[in-house]
Design a protein around this ligand. Structure first.
Ligand SMILES: Nc1ncnc2c1ncn2[C@@H]1O[C@H](COP(=O)(O)OP(=O)(O)O)[C@@H](O)[C@H]1O
Ligand SMILES: [Mg+2]
Length: 257
């Protein structure tokens, strides 16, 4: 596939951090279509966050490039939104004020303040809009961050292990909601995770990374419609398959070590 018809195109990307003897990422090639949902999965330290930051324009690779809609990424843009593991909200502001922040910065909040209300309803925060964010639980705070990320109508949503600090129930429901929102709105999603079930629950395609050095070693297509039924046989079959692929990678690593 060429850069012209893919949404995100990563070509021959490698990266070595300053003063590091070995590269963190080597020879990364990846093409993502508009509206496609990708999970980047791999062990801790394999370079997932580094790669996501490069897609976001927060880090520039030492070799190769990331292109979005045909343009080489050199800095962050309002068209794509990154959401981190911690929600990074402003503690002195209310839920509504935090959610509206991107729109306020863009100068477009006053044109359509109802939109933020709608998003807060959608993420289940209807009763909490006027509360200070510090009064909310971790899961609720992550929902505020999510509403804020969606408010600016991003083309691309980049998520770095956003649910890992949440309890299992909250995590599951947020995984479902985010995947369904992206599916409905044709948002291109790239989520970094080390959680096999999260990858199968949220993506159309899982990209498997290996460590030392960080590279792409496999992929798995997830041809299931949304909303996804985790109890379905197809779901558990794919989860088992991904788990097996991981074990094989580890075995290969041991043999070559
Ligand atoms: N700013 C940095 N300077 C030097 N090394 C870094 C820096 N950021 C990350 N690394 C190293 O790069 C590797 C990959 O890190 P990271 O992308 O955070 O992995 P992951 O998100 O998969 O856990 C790790 O070995 C980490 O120590
Ligand atoms: Mg990380």
């Amino acid at each position: 596939m060429s850069a012209q018809n893919s949404k995100v195109w990563i070509a021959e990307l490698s990266h070595t951090f300053k003063k590091q003897p070995h590269p963190t990422l080597v020879n990364i090639n990846l093409s993502v279509n508009q509206g496609e949902k990708i999970a980047l999965i791999g062990r801790s330290g394999c370079g997932k966050s580094t790669l996501l930051q490069m897609i976001a324009g927060l880090l520039i690779p030492s070799d190769g490039a990331v292109r979005i809609s045909g343009h080489t990424v050199t800095k962050p843009s309002a068209k794509w939104n990154m959401m981190f593991q911690k929600p990074s909200l402003y503690p002195w502001m209310t839920v509504r004020e935090n959610a509206a922040l991107g729109l306020v910065f863009a100068g477009t909040y006053k044109k359509n303040p109802e939109y933020v209300e709608k998003l807060l309803d959608m993420v289940g925060l209807t009763e909490h809009k006027d509360k200070n964010v510090q009064q909310l639980s971790g899961g609720q705070q992550q929902r505020v961050a999510l509403a804020r990320s969606l408010a600016t109508d991003p083309d691309i949503l980049l998520l770095d292990e956003p649910f890992s600090a949440l309890d299992a129930f909250t995590r599951t429901s947020l995984q479902n909601e985010v995947a369904e929102i992206c599916d409905r709105s044709n948002i291109t999603l790239i989520i970094v995770t080390h959680d096999i079930e999260e990858a199968i629950a949220m993506s159309d395609r899982v990209i498997i990374m290996s460590h030392n050095p960080g590279e792409i070693v496999g992929e798995l297509h997830v041809p299931l419609a949304f909303p996804r039924n985790r109890g379905a046989e197809e779901f558990s079959a794919l989860r088992d398959q991904l788990f097996k692929q991981f074990e094989q990678i580890d075995q290969l690593k041991k043999q070559s070590a």
